[in-house]
Design a protein around this ligand. Structure first.
Ligand SMILES: [Zn+2]
Length: 273
């Protein structure tokens, strides 16, 4: 999202909205202000907060887009008139430009919001960004009793990491996904912080090599261990394993992260009982 926001900022800063065409019913999450109220406003900046794209327009009005897992964003120059399957909204700008937000597949829906100045909408309550001093302080000092994987995924604790990067960062730091933050030594906490920063920096570097919108599947194949269970650990060669936890699949290396221990699959043991 960060790299996409950077490209959109370069492409759209100063552009004036000519029209906003909702193309799907469910995706727009706000009623007031109306999408039409954006017409005539210029884009002051495009940024990212957590996994949201934030378009700030004149007067502090914001257009927020959440692409979720299956969302795509096409940039069109000149604008098209098509209405592809899964289309959510097309915003046309002056200079013969448009962006089309659409979704590919059905499971996770794209969403967008039009927010008046001062309304945070879905951004309200989001935790600090991973590169902020607040987050550093949390990892270094907090005695949070939650499991680290749960904590890293919780957008109210830290915004924008998600389960894929949580898997990769814990693997890089050699920490069990079932360890609680409170149980970590100072050394492990520093390793975790370093691993999170390195994981996110690598991902951003990869994404910055793209151009245009986001028409191809996101990331996916860039993860080091996430979703790679059954393949050898890139560090030690042990077979990576997965465990179901809180409706998520966590990938980990038993050799690097859990001292050889295979983590109990809670969902499976519940079914077996
Ligand atoms: Zn390993």
């Amino acid at each position: 999202m960060q790299a996409l926001a950077e490209r959109l900022d370069e492409w759209l800063r100063g552009a004036q909205v000519e029209s906003v065409e909702p193309l799907g019913f469910a995706a727009l999450k706000t009623v007031v202000p109306s999408p039409d109220s954006l017409v005539g406003l210029a884009v002051q900046s495009v940024g990212r907060r957590a996994k949201y794209l934030v378009f700030t327009l004149d007067g502090g009005v914001r257009l927020i887009v959440h692409l979720s897992q299956a969302g795509r964003l096409d940039v069109e120059s000149p604008p098209k008139r098509t209405r592809p399957k899964g289309a959510a909204v097309r915003v046309r700008f002056d200079g013969d430009r448009a962006m089309l937000v659409r979704e590919h597949g059905t499971e996770r829906k794209v969403a967008w919001w039009v927010l008046a100045e001062g309304d945070d909408g879905p951004l309200e309550g989001l935790g600090p960004e991973p590169d902020s001093p607040e987050f550093t302080d949390l990892i270094e000092h907090a005695t949070d009793k939650r499991r680290v994987h749960t904590l890293l995924r919780d957008q109210r604790t830290v915004a924008g990491i998600g389960r894929g990067y949580a898997d990769d960062a814990l693997h890089a730091a050699r920490i069990s996904p079932y360890a609680t933050l409170a149980s970590l030594t100072g050394e492990q906490r520093e390793a975790l912080l370093g691993a999170i920063r390195a994981t996110l920096a690598d991902a951003l570097e990869g994404e910055r090599k793209r151009s245009g919108g986001l028409s191809e599947p996101k990331l996916g194949d860039r993860f080091v261990v996430h979703n790679r269970h059954g393949t050898p650990c890139p560090r030690c060669g042990e077979t990576l394993r997965r465990v179901s936890y809180e409706a998520y699949e966590i990938t980990y290396c038993p050799n690097c992260q859990t001292e050889g221990k295979v983590l109990a699959d809670r969902r499976m043991s519940r079914l077996v009982k």
